[in-house]
Design a protein around this ligand. Structure first.
Ligand SMILES: Nc1nc2c(c(=O)[nH]1)N[C@H]1C(S)=C(S)[C@@H](COP(=O)(O)O)O[C@H]1N2
Ligand SMILES: [Mo]
Length: 213
């Protein structure tokens, strides 16, 4: 895939900040805003320069790897799963945060109940329709606020923001949430994703200002 200019710029930041001596800490004691973040009211769009267009009749979500019952859902099957709404704040590593996003979707906990990960499964890799990938430890996904979201603030999730379905992991920086998600793979190994191999933190914890590896 051709790398966009933004991708290259972000890679350079990661390289420059690695090592930590340049790390900025501007924590000002706002209890809701993680260190080094500023609040925005709009909702910026970030991607690799490609916004996949997936007609609902062609959309599939495959969940497999180290699980007892792998599944591939059509849109009808996905929407037949129990859905709920969860309000959360969104923190992008490029330093903006957006409060109070109402995400409606299927919980990761429900996914786990359906596919039943084997005890060997300790990591999860998400792959998207634009070939983006990102990885997380299973325990980070096994949380009540982790959703496969199909709605944002009461409306179907727009293509810009990852529709038909994207992943939301509120306790991590936003790059850990795959837009246009296509595959979820449970594994015994921690395979790094797109930004993780380019110098971004593997853990990505906003409250630790944990941006670069
Ligand atoms: N498939 C895919 N998911 C992705 C990305 C991407 O480029 N492709 N970018 C990530 C990054 S770096 C961020 S900050 C958020 C941005 O989500 P937004 O465009 O809805 O603000 O999506 C994340 N998920
Ligand atoms: Mo990002």
């Amino acid at each position: 895939m051709e790398e966009s200019r933004l991708t290259k710029t972000k890679e350079q930041w990661a390289r420059a900040r690695r090592g930590g001596e340049e790390r900025e800490v501007f924590y000002e004691g706002d209890e809701r805003l993680p260190p080094g973040q500023h609040l925005v009211e709009n909702f910026p769009v970030l991607d690799l320069g490609v916004k996949p267009d997936i007609p609902l009749r062609e959309w599939r979500l495959s969940i497999g790897g180290f699980v007892t019952t792998p599944v591939t859902w059509t849109w009808e099957q996905f929407t037949a799963q129990p859905h709920l709404t969860h309000r959360s704040d969104f923190h992008c590593v490029t330093s903006w945060s957006r409060y109070d996003n109402d995400w409606e979707g299927v919980t990761f906990k429900h996914i786990m109940a359906v596919v039943k990960p084997l005890s060997l499964a300790r990591f999860v890799l998400f792959r998207s329709y634009d070939d983006y990938t990102t990885n997380l430890p299973l325990e980070a996904c096994d949380d009540d606020d982790v959703l496969l979201a199909r709605q944002w603030n009461g409306n179907p999730l727009s293509r810009d923001h990852g529709g038909p379905v994207r992943v939301i992991v509120p306790k991590r920086y936003a790059w850990k949430g795959a837009k246009w998600v296509k595959e979820i793979t449970f594994s015994d190994k921690d395979e790094k994703g797109f930004w993780e191999v380019r110098g971004y933190s593997n853990t990505a914890l906003p409250w630790n200002n944990d941006r670069y590896a």
